[in-house]
Write a protein that binds this ligand. Structure first.
Ligand code: AMP
Length: 186
């Protein structure tokens, strides 16, 4: 089974993607995490990645593909892809790559949360985890990118009948049980 998890910043994508992967024995592939790992290195590419993440804008396409696609290919029992695609271009390139490898996306899970609720969660996370992109200016930019670039991609998956809309407001376990129910129903 291959699943994509999308949602606004602060919707709990990473947490739920991890739980889904663990439950079904799938590979959790988080582009944001992979980029953060790459950004810790002492290389020009690391500095480039960090400069985009700090501003809350999308990292260039080729870097995103370079860190993400090999992990998808190395997922024999399937993957939970967390945070990609974020725009049409990424969706197109991801689709081409998967088609070439004869891999299907089965379901796209969308965690739904209002901007206000998501922002309040992010500000809490900023205190706990100290992620450099969890500050007010960057958060605002990440929401702009989500609404302008990522939401149109979600519409595309909805047209394909792959989208599962999940209420992102309850606690972690309630959301997870809802995801399991909807995945097994569909
Ligand atoms: P996330 O961990 O998904 O919240 O992503 C944090 C940051 O990493 C984003 O604001 C982007 O700068 C970068 N990022 C994560 N995923 C992608 C992606 N698919 N395309 C471009 N940039 C990404």
């Amino acid at each position: 089974m291959n699943i994509i998890v999308l949602g606004p910043p602060g919707s709990g994508k990473g947490t739920q993607a991890k739980k889904i992967a663990q439950h079904f024995g799938l590979n959790h592939v988080s582009t944001g995490e992979l980029l953060r790992l790459e950004a810790e290195k002492d290389t020009p590419k690391a500095k480039e990645i960090l400069s985009y993440q700090k501003k809350g804008v999308l990292v260039p396409l080729e870097i995103v593909l370079e860190v993400t696609l090999p992990s998808l290919q190395a997922s024999p029992s399937g993957f939970v892809l967390d945070g990609t695609p974020r725009n049409f271009q990424q969706a197109q390139r991801l689709n081409d790559f998967l088609a070439q490898k004869n891999i299907q996306i089965d379901r796209v899970i969308l965690l739904e949360l209002s901007d206000e609720e998501a922002i309040s969660r992010l500000l809490k996370r900023a205190k706990l985890e100290g992620r450099s992109d969890d500050n007010e200016v960057t958060i605002r930019e990440r929401f702009r990118v989500y609404h302008d670039d990522t939401e149109p991609v979600i519409a595309l998956y909805e047209k394909q009948g792959k989208l599962l809309r999940i209420d992102g407001r309850p606690d972690i376990e309630t959301i997870f049980q809802d995801i399991l129910k909807k995945l097994t129903q569909s």
